[in-house]
Design a protein around this ligand. Structure first.
Ligand code: DAH
Length: 357
C-alpha cells in the first residue's frame, strides 16, 4: 500500500508541475484530493491492515496528501502571479492616446486664427506682447506721425472717450483704432533688436458685412541696425505661405501710411484659383475677383519720425531701422474660410461656431 501511496503522490506532483492554469490546478485538486479521489480513500482501508502497519501507512498517506496540497498551493500562487502579470499587460492602458470622448466645445474661429498667426511669428523669432485698448491720442496718432488733419482722427472715425480728470487730467483718451500704438510703447521700454507681434482688439465706428465696430488686428515690428525691405518681404512671404499654403507668392504695392516710409500693401496670390483669376470651370474667381491677388495687410519701413517719437538714444533713427506691418484677424479668417459676412462670428449661434469647431 505504501508503494501505491508513493505512486499516487508522484503522479499527483507530476501533474501539478505540468499544470499551466489555476483552473487546471483546481481540477487536479478535486481529482487527487477530493472526496472521490483514491488517496484520501486509502485511509478508509487502513483498518484492514496489520496493526503494526496501520500507523506507518496512515502517516505516509497523510504526508502524501499534505505534500500534494502544498504543491498545489505553491503552484497556484505562482500561476496567479503570472496570470496577473499577463492580465496587466493585456489590459494595459496607454494614457498617452487621445481620448475618444465627443468634444464638448471648441475654440472660436477668431481665436484659432489668432493663435495660428501667433504660432507662425513665434516660429520666425518674434515675441508676443499686448497693449491697452484705451489709448491716448499721443500713442494712437501723434507718435505715429499722423498729420493734425489726418482723416482717421475725425470724431466719425474714432471712438473718443469722455475725459476722466481723475485718471489723467485733460489727456484725451480713445478706444485704439489699431494695434500700431504698441510700436512706440514697446520701444519705450525695450532694447533693440526688437521683433514683436501685438494681437488685440481695436475699435472703429464701422458696421457692415465686412466690418464690425470691434475687431482684431495683429501688429508686427522688427527693428535692428540693418533690417531692410528685403527682410520685410521674406518674413511676410513666409507668413503668407504658412497661413494660405506653400504655393503662395506675394507682391508689394506702393501705398501710404503715416508711420511707414516707404509704405506698401501686401497682396497674396489667390489660394482659391491658384493666382490665375479663373476657376476650373473657367468662371471668374469670386475671392480675388478675377485679379489673382488678394490684399492681406499693410506694411512698410518704420518712418524715422516714429523712431524719433520714442525719444531714446537706443532707437535713434540714425542708428536703427526696421519694418512694421498690421493685419486684420477677421480679414485673414474670412479669406481663409471663404466667409462673406463677418457678423455671424459675433452672434454666438452655436450652429455656426460648430462648423469650425
Ligand atoms: N495700422 C494700420 C491700419 O489699421 C495697419 C498697418 C499698416 C500697420 C502699415 C502697420 C503698417 O504697422 O506698417 O490700417
Amino acid at each position: 500500500m505504501q508503494e501505491r501511496i508513493a505512486e499516487l503522490r508522484a503522479a499527483g506532483e507530476a501533474a501539478v508541475a505540468a499544470a499551466t492554469t489555476t483552473d487546471e490546478l483546481e481540477e487536479l485538486r478535486v481529482a487527487h484530493l477530493g472526496r472521490k479521489a483514491e488517496l484520501p480513500n486509502l485511509l478508509r482501508d487502513v483498518s484492514k491492515l496489520e496493526p503494526a502497519e496501520r500507523g506507518i501507512v496512515g502517516k505516509a498517506a497523510n504526508q502524501a496528501r499534505q505534500a500534494l496540497q502544498a504543491a498545489i498551493d505553491a503552484r497556484v500562487a505562482e500561476l496567479k502571479a503570472s496570470e496577473l502579470d499577463a492580465q496587466l499587460i493585456a489590459d494595459r492602458v496607454d494614457i498617452t492616446l487621445p481620448g475618444k470622448a465627443e468634444p464638448v466645445g471648441g475654440l472660436h474661429l477668431l481665436t484659432r486664427v489668432r493663435r495660428d498667426i501667433e504660432d507662425i511669428f513665434l516660429g520666425l523669432g518674434f515675441d508676443i506682447v499686448e497693449g491697452p485698448e484705451t489709448e491716448t491720442v499721443h500713442y494712437n496718432f501723434d507718435a505715429l506721425n499722423h498729420a493734425e488733419n489726418h482723416p482717421a482722427r475725425d470724431r466719425a472715425d474714432t471712438f473718443y472717450l469722455a475725459p476722466s480728470p481723475h485718471l489723467d487730467g485733460d489727456v484725451q483718451r480713445l478706444l485704439r483704432t489699431h494695434t500700431s500704438p504698441m510700436q512706440v510703447r514697446h520701444m519705450e521700454r525695450a532694447e533693440p533688436p526688437v521683433a514683436i507681434v501685438v494681437p488685440g482688439r481695436v475699435y472703429r465706428p464701422d458696421s457692415d458685412a465686412t466690418h464690425t465696430p470691434q475687431f482684431h488686428q495683429v501688429e508686427g515690428l522688427w527693428i535692428d541696425t540693418d533690417t531692410t525691405l528685403a527682410d520685410l518681404k521674406g518674413v511676410l512671404l513666409s507668413f503668407a505661405r504658412a497661413i494660405f499654403g506653400p504655393d503662395r507668392e506675394i507682391r508689394l504695392r506702393p501705398h501710404f501710411f503715416p508711420f511707414t516710409e516707404p509704405s506698401v500693401e501686401i497682396d497674396v496670390s489667390c489660394h482659391l484659383c491658384g493666382g490665375t483669376g479663373t476657376l476650373k470651370d473657367r468662371s471668374r474667381c469670386p475671392l480675388c475677383k478675377g485679379t489673382g491677388w488678394i490684399e492681406i495687410l499693410g506694411s512698410g519701413m518704420v518712418d524715422p519720425n516714429v523712431l524719433a517719437a520714442v525719444g531714446r538714444p537706443e532707437f535713434d533713427p540714425e542708428k536703427v531701422q526696421g519694418f512694421a506691418f498690421g493685419m486684420g484677424i477677421e480679414r485673414i479668417a474670412m479669406l481663409r474660410y471663404g466667409l462673406s459676412d463677418l457678423r455671424p462670428l459675433y452672434e454666438n449661434d452655436v450652429r455656426l461656431l460648430e462648423q469650425y469647431a
